[in-house]
Write a protein of this length. Sequence first.
Length: 393
Amino acid sequence: MEALKTPPITPFESTAASARYIPALPSLSLSMLADTSRAPLAFPFNAPSVNFAYFARNSVWTLARMFELFRGEVLVPAYHHGVEVEALIDAGVTPRFYPVGPRMEVDPDDVARRVRSKTRALYLIHFLGFPGPVDAFQSLADRHGLFFIEDCALSLFSRRGDQPLGTFGDAAVFSLYKTLPIPNGGALVLNRDSPRGLPTLPEPPAASTLSHLAASWLQGLEFRHGALGKAVRGALRTLGRGAVKQSGVERVATGTQHFAREHARLGMSAISRRVAASQDVPGIIERRRRNYFFLQSRLRDLGPALIPELTAGVCPLFFPLAVEDKARTQRQLRLRGVETVDFWRYGHPACLPGEFPDVEQLRRRVLEIPIHQDLTPEQMSFVARAIHEVLRR
Ligand SMILES: Cc1ncc(COP(=O)(O)O)c(C=O)c1O
């Protein structure tokens, strides 16, 4: 999902760049492709009613059509990615936005006041893996006869207590490739329906999948083998780009801001399923939590954490760092080898500027710092030092 990450460093800047490389996302290794062991499947892979897609936006679109949400309005958080809103609108839905507080909190009473006769569904995003107010949303939905949809694009493997996120609502969508080193993958889980009428979606073009696999493997090469890996990655990337251009391969990009109807019925690749099935899920959760805790304690002197507590069961996607000059911080960290994500700088234009000042602050200030499963305590220590250096300047 290259489109989400830091803009590349120019050749001039790269001479000053660090030999270290800390990618924003986990990368693929060849051993994952060779691994034929099958770990017990975790939710949502083992859900009784699940439909896999190329990415989560397809699942949002499919769900909106299946629940016939085009007949009315859906209450959506003003703090959103944008592509989920675009998929809803493409499916004929009218989104109505509700506020999100300065710590990414949602006030269910405020949401309740926005329900009106046209409302058909409540849409809750679990930000960065942290559970939203599922119980209050469930009872609000029950009271008014609404669908309750959980957007778990950022919260794969997260739980509220013992219960996985994505099992509270009528349905949930997941973006699998944000947490796992797979080239594509989204999932739609139906908790009260069977996936009747939901076809198995066709494989994406093999050449496109292969090109994403290669990009992730090359990223891992640079991450694991320093300067040598970087040189090999640079050379192979140039060759690969040329080959992709010449062969006319249609590369279906992930991590972009936009929903494309022509990709709406694209499925998840078999190789993504295979790699996903071989992952050590408890290990992923444990390492993400450990890295998050580590960063939180090492950055305490920079001010209060945006989200005060990593509650039990949360599998965090990134560490949210609030900064004054996001573009500069991102660039300075990249020069030190730390790749970050400016995930939600812009929302969907249907959400009018000026209406949600807290959300605008979040969009302006929050930078996502990597804490993924590939990173060791030593690498997290490097990340913390880099942040201190950049922010103390
Ligand atoms: C909250 C949310 N929902 C849905 C999506 C769409 O995910 P995908 O890229 O898998 O289509 C995103 C993408 O970042 C997102 O942040």
